[in-house]
Design a protein around this ligand. Structure first.
Ligand SMILES: *Cc1c(COP(=O)(O)O)cnc(C)c1O
Length: 467
């Protein structure tokens, strides 16, 4: 034993691991308790990397709305700021200022009438929790001022919303009033909303770009309804627009379509920076129509590290990188750049849609020409002689080419409808989209010969490819 060596240090490996292999080559990955001894940094890096080969390749993930590619320069901004805690406003005032710039830019993009406020969040889910809490607090204040009961709040939304809306209702004790979809209509409008609204309604949530088919609720119609209910029945019911995907798409593809603060009853909007904001995961935004829409009670003023700070979040510490990356995108692309990117995705989605229809087995979901996210939602045409279904195609595509293209059934009362949906993001260029169409065609040809899978496999595919 040499001088200074700790007596329990194990002998140097004699099995060649350090020279020819690595620490874990002949052993299982630690998966149960913290390993007693560590391993070399290179070995740990290889171990993590090798585990991840079992994951899908994000570029072939046509199921997710979330960004799978950013420019190298943006990646550098992200990598350079991973150690900067976003919440330390006193220490990192410029990061806080950059967040505020993003909020102002988004408020302007969404046509806020004047001064406004908002917050950066972990994603649209946190933004929706905070936005819906604001609705609940504002409703309670209105009721208390009128001397009325505050024990039975309800929230109205369609079956086409993301699961987070039901989650909010359960977590924060609000009755969900879910408007069922119809067998042939997968969004909601004022006629669907009206019967559910009463004096205990804290708000109506409308979706701009549903996860199911990429279409929008009739937000203009719902706004007109809510104004009428205010004028005729004295009901004060604000609308929150869930623009997780759509609020970064509509301003560029459909600038004349009104869904935002141009409509009087829209009081808050959420959008995911990590979807069509084109930033990697971990970023959402909540924007209020005006400062008064954020109840003062929900803002925490604290004396943290010697500075008075106001926070309105569910989390505390988090990274700064994605906020900075959002600002990078804003200055890098500008309005023209975002429009170019959205239009390119839309063109490729339309080209893919045409090729899918040309296969002769499919029809598109939704009215032709309807405003929609850049995606292709499609289903098999009625054909009782066809021996396979959408779940078989999803699984065949995954097996043959590794495409992750989900098949799923719609929420009630459209649960008999099975849809396939391909997101056409920036990483799916024209040539890849064409290849995908050929692969779908090949999958159909294969399935026509060999037939579909049995029930058990179908269930497995269904859960594995949820949105
Ligand atoms: C993705 C999505 C959400 C949830 O957003 P996250 O950013 O993933 O938290 C909510 N609503 C809609 C319409 C979505 O598409």
């Amino acid at each position: 034993m040499s001088v200074g060596q700790h007596p329990t240090t194990p002998p140097a490996p004699t099995n060649g691991a350090s020279s020819y292999g690595n620490e874990f080559l002949l052993t299982d990955a630690p998966d149960h308790r913290l390993p007693q001894r560590g391993m070399a940094a290179d070995d740990a890096m290889r171990l993590v990397g090798e585990e991840l080969v079992l994951d899908g390749i994000p570029f072939r993930n046509l199921a997710t709305f979330v960004t799978t590619w950013m420019e190298p320069q943006a990646q550098r901004v992200i990598a350079d700021n991973l150690h900067r805690n976003y919440i330390d406003h006193a220490e990192y005032p410029q990061t806080a200022e950059i967040e505020q710039r993003c909020i102002r830019m988004l408020a302007d993009l969404f046509h806020a009438p004047g001064e406004t406020t908002g917050t950066r969040t972990q994603g649209s889910s946190e933004a929706i929790m905070l936005g819906a809490l604001s609705l609940k607090w504002k409703w309670r204040a209105r009721r208390e001022a009128a001397g009325k009961a505050t024990d039975r709040p309800n929230l109205v939304f369609g079956g086409d919303v993301h699961v987070v809306w039901e989650k909010f209702c359960r977590y924060f004790d609000v009755e969900p009033r879910i408007i069922p979809l119809q067998p042939h209509k997968f969004t909601i409008g004022p006629e669907d909303v009206e019967p559910h609204v009463d004096e205990n309604t804290i708000g109506v949530a409308a979706v701009l770009g549903t996860t199911f088919t990429g279409h929008a609720d009739d937000i203009v119609g719902i706004d007109a309804l809510l104004r009428r209910l205010r004028d005729e029945r004295g009901l004060e019911v604000p609308m929150h627009v869930d623009g997780a995907s759509g609020a970064f798409v509509w301003p560029f593809l459909y600038p004349d379509s009104e869904w935002d603060f141009r409509l009087e009853t829209v009081h808050s909007i959420n959008v995911s920076g990590h979807k069509y904001g084109l930033v990697y995961p971990g970023l959402g935004w909540l924007i209020f129509r005006e400062p008064a829409d954020l109840p003062e009670d929900l803002v925490f003023y604290e004396n943290y590290l010697g500075k008075r700070d106001a926070t309105f979040t569910l989390n505390f510490s988090t990274g700064s990188s994605m906020v900075l990356a959002q600002y990078y995108n804003f200055v890098r692309y500008g309005h023209e750049g975002y429009r170019y990117i959205m239009e390119s995705m839309q063109r490729n989605a339309r080209a893919l849609a045409e090729e899918i229809v040309a296969i002769g087995e499919f029809e598109l979901v939704g009215e032709p020409g309807a405003e929609q996210l850049p995606l292709v939602a499609f289903k098999l045409t009625e054909n009782p002689d066809r021996g396979y279904d959408e779940f078989d195609i999803a699984s065949q595509l995954a097996a043959e080419r590794g495409w992750m293209l989900p098949a799923y059934t719609l929420p009630p009362n459209a649960e008999h409808v099975t849809i396939m949906r391909a997101l056409v993001k920036r990483a799916l260029g024209h040539s890849l989209a064409t290849t995908l169409a050929h692969d779908i065609s090949d999958a159909c040809a294969t399935l026509a010969v060999k037939g579909g899978l049995h029930e058990l496999d179908r269930r497995r595919v269904k859960t594995a490819t949820g949105y």
